[in-house]
Structures are given as C-alpha cells and as structure tokens.
Design a protein around this ligand. Structure first.
Ligand code: ASP
Ligand code: MG
Length: 482
C-alpha cells in the first residue's frame, strides 16, 4: 500500500485536480491499494476560520439572546480558558454582516461546484457530485450562521466548521475518480484518526488509531482500490470532529502511512522536492535527491522552508520513506527522506538565518544583555572564554535590535548585524569540508566558522551585506544533481 498526499495548491482548481487524478490513476496497480490524503483547496481553511470569526462580530438582536449580551464580559473572559471566542465590540450592523457571510459562503459553494463542473465529464456523476458538494456547503452555511446567531463559538465548533474544507475537496476527487471507472472509496478519516479533545490542536491516540485503521481501512484494502480521505481532521472517542493544527495534513499522511504499514508516502507539493538553497537567493539551487530526517530537522531549524520534520516523524520512525514530489511535474525525482542517509555526499544544502546579532565583549556584560529581555529567539552560537565571550543571537523581531543596542549602552560590548549561514550535509563538519568552506570564506568578511554539535551541520557567520554572495559561493560546494 502507498499513501499519496496532496496539499492545498495541488487541489486548488480543476486543472490541479486533473493532475492529481492522473497521478492517482498511475498508482492504481499498487499492491493492497492506495490511500489518497487531501488538504482543503488552497485558502479554504483560512477562509472558513475567518468566516467563523466574522460571524461573532455582531450578536443577535433577538430578545431571547439579550440576557446573553448582559453576560458578555463573563463570556469574553472565558475565551482565556479556551472555551468561547466572542467579539464584544460589534462595529457593523448584524444584518450587513449576515449578508456578507451569506455572500462568502455562496462563493465557497460556487468555487467548488465550478471545479466539479470542469473536472467531472460524466453527466450523471457530475450531478451526484454537485449535489454532494452542495449538501456539504449547506451544512457549513448552517454552522456559520448559527455562530452568528449565538455571537460566539467554541474551539469545537471551529474544528467542525474547518473540517468542511477537507470534506469538500475529497468529495470532489472521489467523484472524479469514480467517473473514470476507478474503484474509489470516499473514506471518512474520522473513523481511524482518533484524538483527545484538545480542539484545534488535538493529540492523536496512536494505539486506538492503529486499531481502528486495521478494522476500518485495512480490512477493505485490495489492489486496485483507491481510498480518498481527509488530512488535518480526526475525531474524539465520542466521534466529535477535531483538527490536528494548521498545516496538519502532512502529519495525517505520515500517520496513515504508519498505521497501514505503507511502503512509501508521497507528499505532492508545488515544487520538485527539497531544494539545496532558496532558489530566489541561489538561482542554481537544485532538488536534493536524498536527505536524512536529521538533516531535514536541521534545515528547518536554520531557516529552510522545508516541511516540518515533526509532521513526518511517525513514518520515518517506522522506516517508511517519505518522498516529496511536484504535482505539476510528477516525473521529477523529488527528494526522498529516510531515517538514515548512507550517501557519501559532503554537503546537501545551504540555508541561513537573517535577523541575527553578534555580541562581543566581557562575559558578564554579554550575559546581562541576553538576560535583559525576551528579545532573543535563539542563541545560535556561543564561545565563552575566561574573560570575554562571543554570542550570535537570533533576534525575536525587528524591534529586538534596538533593545540590544540600548542594553549595550555604557558597556564596552560590540554588536554587529550578521547573518548565520548553515551548511547541511552528511559530512558538513568534516575537517576536509571545513577546509573548503574556509577557502571560500576567505574572500568575504567572515566573522566566524564553526562545526556543529552534530556531524551534519556547520556554520558561517558573516556580515549581513556579504551574505547573498557568500551563500551562492558556498552553494557551489553542494553536490549537484546527477
Ligand atoms: N487545510 C489545512 C490547513 O490549511 C491543513 C493542511 O492544508 O495541511 O491548515
Ligand atoms: Mg495546506
């Protein structure tokens, strides 16, 4: 069995979903079938969550709710306990808000029905699909308008509403596959992803979910069958809908891969894998053929826009490879992420942190600046001598730099704006690699070179002004794609 996951941009419109359909069809012969995990169409989850917020902007003016209004402070306070969210500062007339909600809900409905009409050619299936999408949209409509009537919602209601994004996208793909004669099953993932009741960021009960996967999914899996199911959502033991947190469908795919004992998980995005550098900074950046899980974790920590490593941990821990692929160029090799990396390459990727400051001075003064506020996001590097220290701090935000300058007044601390370039790869901190790195750095105003604590990372600290050129020069040391 294989798991294929498609993100929001891969299902954003009929053209994208047409590509998804082709990719899925190419996998139909997979032994024991295929599970296709989908996100909501791009922007839909955010739109639903915004609508639910907007629905609280004005409270109902009916008398039956006037008592509630009197309690608004109390209800407002309970927001802090995570129970209710309520906006007690209505700025718009409730009728105009209701009308705006209705317009936006109709837009969601029209967008998805439009996709059905473009994607599904067969007239009968198209009619069934349109009706099914219309029904889901009507249910969502009801939830949002009841939030508007009440003037408040709970995290449980937000999850219930948000789940419609994935319910609608899977409903569409299911019908499109069915219209092409595929043995497709629209599978409600809430049957197998069982969670606690921490709504909006529910924790998965691995043991119960594993049991339910065997009972409800694996028992029906056969070669040739395609299960189309939802990312991002789950349910409590009482079958109340939960969500796993924003962007949660990669995690769903990894979980389903782990519970079904899949041979591979393919995560389809809109880029051809994990790149060796940010292509906007380094035009020659290339997809990396293979990465270890530890490298992905380090790249994510040091500024690379890669999928969040925690989301694929359940798969990698079970030895299931995760392949990152491009829906719009499905023949590209992409990047395979595994627990181990046996390759002998030296460097795979160059990434970096921009908003950093290097402090140099008496150890006590350096320490006192670090302790003087919440402006440090991370201490990236630290070298403590007997009297003097050097630290490189990743700043929390743009105001933090002023804070450092103010804190350093009256001391002899020197602060410099720097960038930290992180080099990731199987032998990133090997002496031979460091020799090459220092040769490249000698042509730039480099402040520090350091090997990482782990074998797979090393660092270059440079002046902010030099960083783009230096990143490009260091990128030349990465292993190019064969
Ligand atoms: N649709 C959800 C979100 O936008 C989950 C996902 O796309 O991964 O957060
Ligand atoms: Mg998404």
């Amino acid at each position: 069995m294989k798991v294929l996951k498609f993100g929001g941009t891969s299902v954003q419109d009929a053209v994208a979903l047409g590509k998804v359909k082709q990719i899925v069809e190419a996998h139909v012969g997979e032994p024991d079938g295929v599970v296709v995990v989908l996100s909501a169409t791009s922007g839909t989850t955010s739109q639903i969550l915004q609508l639910i917020q907007k629905a609280t902007l004005s409270k109902s003016s009916t008398n039956e709710h006037s008592t509630k209004d009197d309690n608004s402070t109390e209800v407002g306070h309970s927001t802090k306990n995570g129970n209710f969210t309520k906006n007690d500062n209505p700025s718009k007339n409730e009728y105009s808000i209701r009308a705006e909600l209705v317009v936006e809900l109709e837009q969601i409905s029209a967008r998805h029905i439009g996709i059905v009409h473009q994607l599904v050619q067969d007239g009968d299936v198209r009619a069934t699909a349109t009706e099914a999408v219309r029904k889901l949209c009507a249910e969502l409509h009801k939830i949002i308008l009841s939030v508007h009537t009440l003037g408040e919602y709970t995290p449980q209601t937000a999850d219930e509403a948000a789940s419609y994004g994935e319910s609608i996208s899977t409903c569409i793909l299911f019908h499109a596959l069915q219209a092409n004669g595929i043995d497709a099953v629209l599978f409600d993932v809430r049957q197998i992803i069982k969670t606690n009741d921490k709504f909006q960021s529910a924790k998965v009960d691995f043991s119960e979910s594993g049991i339910q996967t065997k009972l409800n999914l694996l028992s029906n899996a056969v070669t040739g069958r395609v299960f189309v199911t939802q990312g991002f959502i789950g349910s409590t033991a009482d079958n109340i809908t939960t969500t796993l947190g924003r962007g949660g469908s990669d995690y769903s795919a990894a979980l389903i891969g782990a519970f079904t004992g899949s041979t591979e998980i393919k995560i389809y995005t809109d880029v051809s894998g994990v790149f060796s550098a940010d292509p906007r900074v380094v035009p020659s950046a290339h997809p990396i053929a293979s990465l270890s899980f530890d490298e992905v974790r380090e790249m994510a920590l040091y500024g690379a826009k890669v999928l969040h490593p925690d989301t694929i941990a359940p798969a990698v821990e079970r030895g299931i490879p995760v392949r990152v692929l491009n829906t719009f160029a499905p023949d590209d090799l992409g990047t395979v992420i595994t627990g181990q990396n046996s390759t002998t390459d030296r460097l795979h990727a160059v990434c970096g942190l921009k908003n950093c400051v290097m402090l140099n001075g008496k150890s006590a003064e350096v320490d006192s600046v670090i302790r003087s506020g919440n402006f440090v996001h991370n201490i990236v590097l630290r070298v403590s001598g007997i009297e003097r220290s050097m630290v490189v701090l990743q700043l929390a935000d743009s105001d933090a730099r002023d804070h450092v300058v103010v804190s350093a007044v009256g001391s002899d601390l020197k602060s410099t704006d720097v960038h930290v370039i992180a080099l990731c790869g199987p032998a990133a901190s090997a002496p031979s690699t460091m020799a090459e790195v220092s040769r490249v750095c000698s042509a730039f105003s480099t402040r520090a070179l350091a090997t990482g604590i782990s074998r797979t990372i090393s660092f270059v600290v440079c002046d902010a002004a030099d960083s783009t050129e230096l990143v490009c020069a260091l990128h030349e040391l990465t292993t190019p794609l064969e």
